[in-house]
Design a protein around this ligand. Sequence first.
Ligand code: CA
Length: 226
Amino acid sequence: MRILLVEDNLKLSTYVRRGLENEDFTVDGVGTLADAEVALDTAPYDLMVLDLGLPDGDGLDLLKKLRAQDNHLPVLVLTARDGVDDRVKGLNAGADDYLLKPFAVEELAARLRALLRRPDGALGNSLKVGNIVFDTSSREVRVGQNLIKISRKEMGVLEQLMRRSGKVVPKDILESKLYGFDEEVSPNSLEAHISRLRKRLSQAEASVTIHTLRGVGYLLSDNADG
Ligand code: CA
């Protein structure tokens, strides 16, 4: 994922760049609107992080210009201005999200991932393992060409297993993703969902296997991977 970071405060820019690089983003940093325009013309970015107060102008002007050119690059606006006004202006100018300074880079990384996962975002919105395709925005699961019907909880289990296919998903993590704090969960509830899910997938001739690692968790593998 390649990010253009437009921020003139060198200290902040360095902090953000290092932090995002640690989270496996590729980051190009520039400090002016002019350099941002050159960068946008030169490299294919998946996303832009845009400061508003820049030495040669207002970040919002660049954003408006992009949108006027029908450029839909996801843009997260950084702002030190704590006014609702600026937030609204930013979103009206076509920003996809905004973050108030100061912020933790982990929060920024999480927001960027969310933007990239949107429909049309670079991370896409479908998960694929073997012959199963899970559309995470429409919440539809297909095995081959066939839509399969599974319960909401089974879908939740499948999504977590598919997101980490080939890796063990600990039981407590699955449970924490599936059940709200105030939900009654019987000790065998997760096992029951897994068991029904296995049955559905096998009936639909899915080319995957859900393995149980006793006392640890579950793992989804593509049968083609052995
Ligand atoms: Ca600034």
